[in-house]
Design a binder for this molecule. Sequence first.
Ligand code: ADP
Ligand code: MG
Length: 703
Amino acid sequence: MASNPHMLDTPIEFLKGVGPQRAEVLQKELHVFRYRDLLELYPFRYIDKTRFHKIAELQADLADVQIVGKIIRIKEEGVGRKKRIKAIFQDDTNSMDLVWFKGISWVRKTLKVGEDIVVFGKPTLYNSTFSISHPEIETLESHKKSLVTAMQGVYPSTEKLGVRSLHSKGISKLIHELLEQVASYIPETLSIEIRKEYKLISKREALVNVHFPQSEALLAQAHRRLKFEEFFFMQLAMLKLKQHKKETYLSYPFSKVGTHFNTFYKEQLPFELTGAQKRVLKEIRLDVATGKQMNRLVQGDVGSGKTIVALMAMLIAKDNGFQACLMAPTEILASQHFQGLKDMVEAVGMKMALLTGSTKVARRREIHAALESGELDILVGTHALLEDKVQYKNLGLAVIDEQHRFGVSQRSKMWKKNSKPPHVLVMTATPIPRTLAMAVYGDLDISLIDELPPGRKPITTFHKTDKHRLSMFHFLKQEIEKGRQIYIVYPLIEDSKTLDYKDLMDGYDSISRHFPKPQFQVSVVHGRMKAEDKEAEMARFVKGETHIMVATTVIEVGVNVPNASVMVIESAERFGLSQLHQLRGRVGRGSEQSFCVLMSGHKLSADAKTRLKTMVQTQNGFEIADVDLKLRGPGDIMGTRQSGLVNLKLADLTKDSKILQYARQIASELLDKDPEIVCVENRPILKEYMRAHHIKMQWSTIS
Ligand code: ADP
Ligand code: MG
């Protein structure tokens, strides 16, 4: 078979029936530049051309239907801009209306009374009569002729494409033309072994059948084959990247566990580690000892105790003569890490400093100097750690907390702080569904802390509408009387800062009125305050001097005040699930029964209802992450869309997770047997990999 890969790279302009003008809209509207792009423009659904409805069986909630019948009368109604054409359309069961508001003179010319036609469109019910506006119409005769396949693909189109007659049907015609021309040149991209073992049809059959399915069964097979392929090459690239890093990036072998770690473990550790913490720590220890760079993601639910694991990894760095850093996404979180770890670190004779955007110049200089001389062992901070001026004597381990706030490019900046890259430990704020983790972090090793420290009481969660506010305040007073502290959180949405600020301040006023001084003390923290004022207010709350902390989501991540046992979230319907889960995770850290109150308006969208219901029903971060993925789709989660890593056309990370899992497994087995993909039988895979890799070269430069 002739297999010329360049054929598919022909600019779309040269396809018969396209030309420069259509090429331009195809490029602009659908990103179709070459033959290949058009082949990969898959139908998003299919119309069954053999299935006809009868008018008598129509229902109000049907999608598009196809009906055979005759027009028995044509009327024009209205005048001027309200003019329209109405045709009475009849089959052997009943009659209905077809209506046109636009293109009236054309419709008038084409409609013929008495001819057998096929009408296609979405029926709506009005005054107990069904009607379809702007239906697609075809004579029964031409419908029969054009019936290439039973299922007709529906393609995305836009108004601009429509102007060039590239509605769904126009696009379908182009693809038909294209397939006639290139079908025999479509190269196979998988090996015979893989296709045999997983019963995958050939690439060519798959492409033909995804566009013009011969049967439902073949369409299903085409989908399976194409989805598999997308996942397979995506995972192959991830695994190659991981392999490449392992081969290329030597790091410092941390060969021993020494006095700092041991002293800490024996004398300082305030509690027994959970089984999961011990296991993850061991995974880290084995990984840093190899001499290859560690690139590890630690996944764990809110409150599962990731910080202490990070600290102990940093102690291992010190035991091997290296410095470590811990980077957090916000100042508050960075300073809380610093406060929380300082005593323990100093108790084992090490030095630690805090560096954030608001560190004073003089102090900054001191820190820079102490880092370069090696006097400092651990540096905790925010993005400020990434600045060029921050130079270490010998950075051996970089810990990045709450990963989703940092881009991948920031991860890679960390690397350049040394001649050899440091080991990298990334910690997520909330769990990510397994499939998404595979997709987004496929180049990292993953450790899972799947166990909470003992003695945690479940947090009781309520959902209340705004009219219950007074009884909610009453409840808060009772909790304060018991000695508890309370968070009240307002949303912060980037585009409407002013509005949110007003909401927050109104809320603060109302709370101050209901909780008057001196009996009650109320703190407030929001984005417009100076960093030092924020810190001061936070500090008052941490020390227990104030009862209520009114805040925007600045407190979302990581803050730890064990005595705070009630979390009230205002306008909870405006928060995403992972954010709600994060916020709730701020309570339930002490020994007292904790509560989370989700306040919302009365009218809620279906998604908002699902989010709030999920929060009330479960506290398991992994379950919540799954619901989140289903609601939002992978694109919005963790900025995966921007990262460009999830570039899937057909496969769906949520629905096709099984295919993803075996695609990853097969890719991994392939690389085990044939690491450089040089075996003759894997030649098709290598060719496709090289082709795709050329486009996605940047993959090897990230992180
Ligand atoms: P996260 O995983 O959300 O970052 P943290 O590291 O902040 O969680 O830990 C949450 C709380 O649990 C902290 O107060 C920490 O001291 C405590 N903690 C961590 N591990 C244990 C443990 N094994 N036993 C008891 N408490 C623990
Ligand atoms: Mg944390």
